[in-house]
Design a protein around this ligand. Structure first.
Ligand SMILES: Cc1ncc(COP(=O)(O)O)c(C=O)c1O
Length: 479
């Protein structure tokens, strides 16, 4: 199978993505800024997840977390490989309903949001109401209960409609995570989602990790109702709910394998404890998302294979045999998308720094730069010098085309993937030549948590979207 490096590649003086010439076949005819997605790459990423997790634990299902990218044509590709969609809103549910009709395939839902409106709960309980399949089965869908009030809301709607939804309890393991580093942490003690595991002593007792107590900070208080043990008991005792599993979510773009290790251990041990207490009632362990993308090609994130091994180790140590679910978003779509952008103006500031103004804005086109100080790789694709000399070239600050100070592609990583120079605290990038108007840049790994934030901020148009299809007669599809 082709690797991502080969899929985005330089051939002489031009760049190809999935064998399409990005300048000649996309930028020239369609203009910039343009997101370019590869259907093949989406499939490849899903296959990587399936192979890695199913190799070490065959009973693993991969779900797609819809919020990161909900472009219909992209989701159709995903729906041809994946049967479960993780959703958070009624709009997303209706979107999946349409996918079911278009794909002529039954899809299952996992509803996870911190707040679920009555109609969202009602529609999830009845999904797929409008399905064209005769094989209707509303028991395939799962509602992840986040809090006590959420449980009461789901219970109230279930009673009203007279159907017993399958539910899981979303558990917060409350592990120690450096939230300044792990910006999207969701399993630390102060997280807003899920309900904390209150009693960690039984987990510490059975763990064979001598450092486990360091990873599980003391709980200062136990909430009155919002803790995992109580929600499990309440769900079991409810006449209107069918408790089938536990749900956990470590966060997004988790780059530290230690976090995965501890998260998997704590949630597996808790699953075991609950199953011992309640006669094996649990059968599903949903481990959420967070599987990371190597944005800077520096190898600084754990591989999916490493994460899968750590997961299997912890499942075996806890001696449990659940049906596992992985809910991935970022890993499936990020590397399947590139944002093509053009230098529209160059200028110098009073410190002698050279600024290249791009025809994008991070506010609307690459929001993670702002909310997570994300570093996207930017590759010069045209007007390349005949020979690339590492000692020549020049450093540029890439800025978005609005007046806002924060509208800059500031790198987050400490190393520049091309020149090995430390970039921390700086915002310059090395290019093999002086940048000038008309130069074309490829912002890599721009497929996740980007298009879903597109807006007309500052009166800017939404970037064009293109899918490179697998149809050899019609490879470039305007979305
Ligand atoms: C409950 C849940 N599952 C899955 C995901 C997907 O995470 P990622 O895109 O990092 O794989 C998210 C996103 O934050 C989430 O909140």
């Amino acid at each position: 199978m082709e690797t991502s490096k080969e899929m985005f590649r330089q051939v002489e003086d031009h760049y190809l993505f999935d064998d399409i010439d990005l300048e000649k076949e996309i930028a020239l005819p369609y203009g910039t800024p343009t997101y370019v997605f590869s259907a093949k790459k989406i499939r490849e990423n899903i296959l990587t997840l399936k192979q890695a997790f199913q190799k070490t634990y065959p009973n693993t299902s991969i779900a797609y977390s819809l919020k990161n990218n909900d472009i219909p044509e992209i989701c159709s590709v995903i729906a041809s490989e994946i049967d479960i969609f993780e959703i958070t809103s009624l709009t997303e549910l209706k979107f999946v309903e349409k996918l079911v009709l278009n794909q002529k395939k039954n899809l299952n839902l996992i509803l996870t949001n911190i707040y679920k409106s009555d109609s969202l709960i009602d529609n999830t309980i009845h999904f797929p109401r409008n399905s064209n399949t005769s094989d209707y089965n509303d028991h395939l869908n799962l509602i992840a209960i986040d809090s006590y009030q959420d449980l009461k809301n789901v219970e109230r709607i279930a009673k009203k409609v007279g159907k017993k939804p399958r539910v899981s309890i979303r558990v917060n393991p409350g592990i120690k995570m450096d939230i300044s580093e792990t910006i999207f942490a969701s399993a630390n003690i102060s997280a807003k989602c899920a309900s904390i595991i209150a009693d960690i002593e039984p987990i510490i007792e059975v763990s064979n990790d001598p450092t486990i107590s360091i990873w599980l900070p003391k709980r200062e208080t136990t909430p009155k109702n919002d803790f995992a043990e109580k929600l499990v008991q309440d769900a079991i005792e409810s006449k209107h709910l069918e408790l089938v599993g536990l749900h956990g979510h470590l966060g997004s773009q988790i780059a530290n394998i230690e976090y995965f290790d501890r998260f998997f251990e704590v949630i597996s041990r808790f699953y075991k404890l609950m199953n011992e207490k309640y006669d094996g009632i649990l059968e599903i362990l949903d481990l959420g998302g967070g599987y990371p993308v190597d944005y800077t090609n520096s190898g600084g994130v754990p591989t999916i294979e490493d994460i899968a091994k750590v997961l299997t180790k912890n499942i075996q140590n806890a001696n449990i045999k659940p049906d596992l679910i992985i809910e991935s978003g970022r890993y499936i779509t990020a590397s399947s998308g590139i944002l093509l952008s053009k230098v529209c103006l160059t200028k110098e500031n009073s410190e002698g720094k050279k600024l290249a103004v791009l025809d994008l804005s991070v506010y609307s086109d690459l929001l993670d730069v702002l909310v997570a100080n994300w570093c996207y790789d930017a590759i010069l694709m045209n007007n390349l010098p005949k020979q690339i000399d590492k000692n020549k070239g020049s450093c540029w600050t890439l800025v978005g085309g609005t007046n806002d100070t924060l509208d800059q592609l500031t790198p987050r990583s400490s190393k520049c993937s091309k020149c090995d120079d430390s970039l921390k605290g700086e915002n310059e990038r090395w290019f093999p030549k002086e940048l000038k108007t008309g130069d074309l840049l490829a912002i890599k790994h721009a497929g996740a948590y980007t298009t879903c934030f597109n807006s007309n901020y500052s009166g800017r148009p939404i970037p064009t979207r293109i899918l490179i299809t697998e149809d050899q007669t019609n490879r470039v599809q305007l979305l």
